[in-house]
Design a protein around this ligand. Structure first.
Ligand code: HEC
Length: 453
């Protein structure tokens, strides 16, 4: 009976405008990628960071990559032990290397983007998000002294072992993921292999471009750190489950361990040099609780929390009240290399950047580059390189560098005395050796060769 249906809809519209408006407000599309988002990222960056957090940590729709479960209307509605939106994005991490073997052995590679040998990632819709897919966490490499100080070039490869814990023994675990826009750009431009990245660098040189790729404004990437919540192994009702976003993880031996999220780096291409935000669990500020376990290697936070949006609520976002998310704090945001008065900006996390907290996301990431092989020195900071495989070559970087990028670095060979002066602003790229990957470290850090193993 069509007229009754019309009447019912009409009545609903008349009687429940507040509900409908509320529903429209419950955002179902990923924030970012619009001119309005760019304005908010610049003019109200802390609020923008929270809009990202409140969306990306909503429960994901089952079976597909990168969508919210619309039956859960906000971050406050969720079922335990389920993926949130960013956990269903394309997996960039997933590689495990056993450095105690000589030569180092690749023991697993569950990456959906950076495979070995490099092959084209599947189309986004074909990413398997079925119920049977296990949570994949990997050993954290970035905070290893190897990466933090770039000393890999000086350390004999057989000494890598003690510097990076063997897979499965490290209670800290990382997860790096890319959203659909980032994933599709990497896939369509062939930036998942050494050969693809080097071809793009050669093309950038020919085209007089500083970067070998420019991601779309909707591009995003996250890097998360998880720690084991040990009390939960024996006690399914452990208190931590109400204080952390937690997931069950199967060990290789078949045991179930509970991991809690402690850090979430979120970056978006809403600004030309990206928008940078860092969220951390409150326990890791001191650190205390499980975050104080020696194996986490967290340090007391050396930088203050900077979040004007939660001044009145002691750092807690009202939307997260009475949820696990109430324990997460915005540590700060970064939108430029220096302030308007010329002071270098700093943003770091006490766990991921534990030993180099006076550092700058945007500065370190500006060094994410791919060298022209015939011009570059044989130096790299990358997982394939550590594992003794072919990798891209990249520019030198120092972990605690802050402020503007060092222009000499892009026109001189890494690890050699810099003799070539910085190019002028109107110069072409004829002197350039290292081309930027548009601030994404995962490309040069993780890409294997398609042919040369
Ligand atoms: C000293 C250098 C350095 C600093 C400082 C640094 N990072 Fe990174 N970052 C890396 C490296 C190397 C990787 C690649 C390794 C990985 O994926 O674990 C990476 C990976 C990432 C990723 C995954 C996406 C990608 O491809 O780059 C994100 C997101 C990220 N970092 C955000 C941040 C944020 C936010 C900060 C500041 C709070 C920060 N980083 C500070 C070096 C750095």
């Amino acid at each position: 009976m069509p007229w009754t249906r019309g009447l019912v809809v009409g009545l609903m519209l008349a009687a429940a405008p507040a509900v409908l408006m509320d529903r429209a407000a419950a955002q179902t599309r990923e924030p970012g990628g619009t001119p309005e988002a760019a304005v908010q990222a610049l003019s109200n960056p802390h609020e923008f960071a929270w809009q990202l957090f409140l969306y990306l940590n909503r429960q994901a729709r089952a079976g597909v990559a990168g969508e919210v479960d619309e039956t859960k209307r906000s971050i406050a509605e969720f079922d335990p032990d389920r993926s949130v939106v960013w956990e269903t994005w394309g997996l960039a991490s997933g590689l495990d290397i056993d450095f105690s073997a000589d030569p180092p052995a690749i023991t697993a590679n569950k990456s959906e983007v950076f495979k070995n040998p490099a092959t084209e990632p599947v189309p986004w819709e074909a990413l398997d998000r079925g119920a049977g897919v296990a949570k994949t966490l990997s050993a954290p490499f970035k905070s290893s002294p190897l990466v933090a100080s770039g000393i890999n070039r000086l350390v004999p490869r057989k000494q890598f072992g003690p510097l990076i814990a063997p897979p499965g023994t490290n209670p800290r675990s990382d997860e790096t993921r890319m959203n659909r826009s980032t994933y599709e750009t990497v896939r369509s431009k062939g930036l998942y292999s050494v050969e693809g990245l080097e071809a793009a660098a050669a093309k950038a040189k020919a085209d007089n471009a500083r970067a070998l790729v420019n991601f779309e404004p909707a591009a995003k990437e996250v890097k998360a750190r998880w720690i084991r919540l040990r009390q939960c192994d024996a006690n399914p009702d452990c208190a931590e489950k109400a204080r952390y976003h937690w997931r069950s993880v199967q060990t290789a031996a078949g045991a179930t361990q509970i991991y809690g999220l402690i850090t979430l780096h979120i970056i978006t291409k809403d600004l030309p040099n990206w928008f940078w935000a860092d969220f951390g669990h409150i326990d890791c500020e001191k650190p205390e609780g499980e975050c104080a376990h020696p194996a986490v290697e967290g340090r007391p936070a050396m930088t203050p929390l900077v979040d004007p949006t939660t001044k009145a609520t002691g750092g807690q976002r009202p939307e997260t009240k009475n949820t696990n998310w109430a324990n997460y704090r915005l540590r700060g945001v970064q939108i430029d290399f220096v302030t308007s008065t010329g002071t270098p900006t700093i943003l770091s996390n006490p766990v991921i950047e534990a030993t180099f907290q006076n550092s700058s996301c945007i500065t370190c990431h500006s060094n994410a580059t791919v060298g022209i092989r015939s011009l570059a020195s044989n130096a790299a900071v990358s997982l394939p390189f550590f594992a003794g495989r072919k990798s891209v070559l990249n520019a030198k970087f120092i972990a605690e560098e802050v402020g503007r990028p060092d222009c000499q670095r892009f026109v001189n060979k890494a690890e050699e005395t810099f003799t070539v002066p910085c190019p002028g602003i109107f110069d072409d790229q004829s002197k350039t050796i290292y081309f930027q990957t548009d601030f994404l470290w995962s490309l040069p850090f993780r890409a294997f060769s398609a042919t040369d193993q």
